[in-house]
Design a protein around this ligand. Structure first.
Ligand code: NAD
Ligand code: UDP
Length: 324
């Protein structure tokens, strides 16, 4: 089967998910323009792609208009870890809202298809479990997580209004907790924190009692879901949950990480951040029936690959320090 090569813009392309998406799109034969302001992304995430003539990288902040020529847009630009998005909350809302307006404006001019990386955070602290796309959520509009949650909700509103008002071809993916190689080691998310702590033999910090649940999706599965959604016909807009429905407590995650690393780290409890959702698990029935998608990588396999990545990262850092 011959591949129709497209010019694809990935905003946030130097971040964790963005770098994997760029890689996958390039290997499918597309031209990729990666746009990033490096707030949480790193050039090292895409360093291995720089020699590819189909890959181009541009430093740009999506809160400002962008004039480029592409066929498809994946809008991923936005810090995703609570530590990072709460660092400059006003900028976080601007990135979601102004970023969406700018990218939708670009898509409108180009008549390009556009996908929004939305989030399970639009469900807030959900009272419907597991979360289906029809659930409207339970979000605090004025709390510490609101800059992210409400910013992403407003971005979804903008996507659907551009669709209704301007007939734009939109795709909205609601991404649930995703992990894997190239997560930022200091971004404060639970998988990277626990693995880094376990490898260093430091205490594993469980916030609260650790009975809150999450459902963790390996990055390769997530990327397949995003591309699958983008490739649907124009009648499919989403929102579509993309995540792994296997739910576990944070304490169980800590135990799995200790087991797989063979670490002697102890579990310690720290205060639970405000508005931390109690439970989270996607209903992926819509993704299954529409794009035939479901996760393939089991948690232990995904964790092993992620542990291998952080082990290499620590070795590289140790070499740099030894050379100084
Ligand atoms: P990340 O922080 O690794 O990547 C975000 C990227 O966006 C970074 O490279 C960052 O530098 C860039 N960025 C931030 N603000 C920008 C701006 N104003 N202009 C240009 N670039 C900017 O996070 P990630 O985990 O790769 O998340 C990617 C997207 O997926 C985000 O939109 C996030 O909200 C969404 N998402 C991720 C998860 C997850 O578990 N990883 C879950 C739900 C949603
Ligand atoms: N968490 C934890 N210890 C950590 C980091 C996070 O117990 O060192 C908890 C956090 O309170 C939350 C869960 O792990 O209940 C997932 O946190 P993360 O920041 O990864 O994602 P989110 O809260 O956005 O789902």
């Amino acid at each position: 089967m011959s591949i129709v090569s497209k010019r694809v813009l990935v905003t946030g392309g130097a971040g964790f998910l963005g770098s994997h998406l760029c890689e996958r799109l390039l290997s499918a034969g597309h031209d990729v323009l990666c746009v990033d302001n490096y707030f949480t992304g790193r050039r090292s995430n895409v360093a291995h792609l720089l020699d590819n003539p189909r890959f181009e990288i541009m430093r740009h902040d999506v809160t400002f208009p962008l004039y480029v020529e592409v066929d498809e847009i994946y809008n991923l630009a936005c810090p995703a870890s609570p530590v990072h998005y709460q660092h400059d909350p006003v900028q976080t809302t601007k990135t979601s809202v102004h970023g969406a307006i700018n990218m939708l404006g670009l898509a409108k001019r180009l008549r390009a298809k556009i996908l929004q990386a939305s989030t399970s955070e639009v469900y807030g602290d959900p009272v419907v479990h597991p979360q289906t796309e029809s659930y409207w959520g339970n979000v605090n509009p004025i709390g510490y997580r609101s800059c992210y949650d409400e910013g992403k909700r407003c971005a979804e509103t903008l996507f659907f209004d551009y669709h209704r008002q301007h007939n734009l071809r939109i795709k909205v993916a609601r991404i649930f907790n995703t992990y894997g190689p190239r997560m930022h080691p200091q971004d404060g998310r639970v998988v990277s924190n626990f693995i880094m702590q376990a490898l260093a033999g430091e205490p594993i910090t469980i916030y609260g009692e650790g009975n809150q649940t999450r459902s963790f999706c390996y990055v390769d599965d997530l990327i397949s879901g995003l591309i699958g959604l983008m490739e649907t016909g124009d009648d499919i807009t989403g929102p579509m949950n993309i995540g792994n429905p296997v739910e576990m407590t944070i304490k169980e995650l800590a135990e799995a990480v200790i087991d797989l690393t063979g670490s002697r780290s102890k579990l310690v409890h720290e205060p639970l951040p405000s508005d931390d959702p109690v439970q989270r698990r996607p209903d992926i029935g819509f993704a299954r029936s529409t794009i035939g998608w479901e996760p393939k990588v089991a948690l232990r396999d995904g964790l092993k690959r992620t542990i291998a990545y952080f082990t290499r990262l620590r070795e590289d850092l140790a070499k740099v320090e030894a050379a100084q």
